[in-house]
Design a protein around this ligand. Sequence first.
Ligand code: ATP
Ligand code: MG
Length: 566
Amino acid sequence: MKTTKFHLQTRKETPADAEIISHQLMIRTGMVSQLGSGLYNWTPLGLKVLRKIEKIVREEMDKAGCLEMIMPTIQPSSLWEETGRWDKYGDLLLKIKDRAGRDFCFGPTHEEVITDFARKEIKSYKQLPITFYQVQTKFRDEIRPRFGVMRAREFLMKDAYSFHLSTDCLKKTYAKIHQAYCNIFERIGLTYRPVEADSGEIGGTGSHEFHVLADSGEDAIAYSTGSDYAANVEKCEVLAPTKQRKEAIAELTVIDTPNKKSIADVANFLSVSPKKLVKTLLVEGVDFPVALVLRGDHELNEIKAANLKQVASPFTMLDDEQIKMIAKCDAGSIGVKDLDCYIIIDRAVEIMSDFITGANQDDKHLTGVNWDRDAKFNQVADLRNAQAGDPSPDGKGKIKIARGIEVGHIFQLGDTYTDSMNAVVLNEQGKSQHMTMGCYGIGVSRVVAAAIEQNHDDKGIVWPQQIAPFTVVILPMNMAKSERVKQVANNLYSDLTKLGVEVIMDDRKIRPGVMFADAELLGIPHQITIGDRALDEGEVEYKSRKEMQNVRIKLDEIVNHITSLL
Ligand code: ATP
Ligand code: MG
């Protein structure tokens, strides 16, 4: 490709709303351009990267025995009503009507469609196991689209779905696809980690997420210093403390805490550690309102809370008015004594004694509170986020926390969908049986952004070779003035192209400084500069984008030099 024949539109300015480096660099290189909130055009440059990732994904999925197909993006509401997700999926689901007023959605995922396909196509156990996949556009009406294509509304996903007769068989396919995902992220050249995950909205049991480790990641990953254990913090269990509760000593006392609403305010005011306080959060319950009680320095894990039987789903905090009705005070003074709620306390709270809590009266707190003597609870549960230093749930080592970008997610769904949609086959005994299902996603477009988060420097992107838009960039210096430079550049361009190397040659009439800056911004792995001075000595300059060291190479050796690096 010659630059003048390509569409290269680099920008100097960083867009104001681009908070993270991948978003900035994707806009500055011109890989994507924004159409609307969470909607992006992929330019010819950006698409090259996207397609390379898709290719790797397809090759590994095919190798794992999965079959590619394409399902419609627009899905009838009736399927979603069968699974109950038409309402449950919430506002993420973009609902549309056709001319006859029939309801449809733009698919955020395809469990319903594939299960419908499977129940029509698969009749016998002899057709199982089978795994279908597609690489396709999804739409999710995200509350806060941000970070460019990282959290977009329309994005490209590879989604796969497997069907089985038994859980054992599902587990085998699950393991195979787990391995395929490792192969994919390794081939792309990413530092990643598979972690245990909550299965969330989609349902089912076992689940892993694949995270690309990066400081800008939206997820917190808990991993152990003493074993392979790694989990999304959403999922990471916090073990019950091994210490016993100390005996009550202090007397229950009401104290004035004027305008002290937050844990930090109250702790400062009383000159105690936040660890001596408990915080009480009121949320919607299935039957009654539920109070969730945590130690002052701990953070609520909403996913764990939402997974509890008594807590309503979706997880919803009570508003100020509801709080006033139940606790007779504002949110800053809720306490556990005489609170008319179903009370669930965190494991760490169970062993607290002589603690401090709101008094259920504005601007008042209670000190010297003790369980049994002063207040009661209904249930103990693991409610909080794991934090650095907690023991690893597998008993080996301690937890550390890293940031991750979720690029893939795999689930053992079981029969959640095949049951509600009645997808059955005849088993070996000739009896009809619900199929068992797995589903497996990769955020193909998000991978592009994640790769940039991990591979950049202050000059621009530093593409891993496997997914670079071009492998080699040729930079001829003042080609318009030097016939010799022009000829060498053109010859080299055609020699490399003939060998199947993807080359871009910057044939624009621009200053060398601008040319270098663009090449560095674009992050092409191998750069060859051709200028009269080096040519006088029969040489050209080679620079690896990663090492940024100029090396002189003999002109007649440069093609070999490049091919040896690929
Ligand atoms: P997240 O927690 O980031 O919202 P999710 O768990 O809802 O993602 P899945 O349903 O597991 O997403 O979808 C499979 C993959 O699709 C994710 O692992 C992620 O890589 C990608 N993905 C999900 N939502 C988006 C989005 N809004 N923009 C780009 N990629 C996305
Ligand atoms: Mg997910």
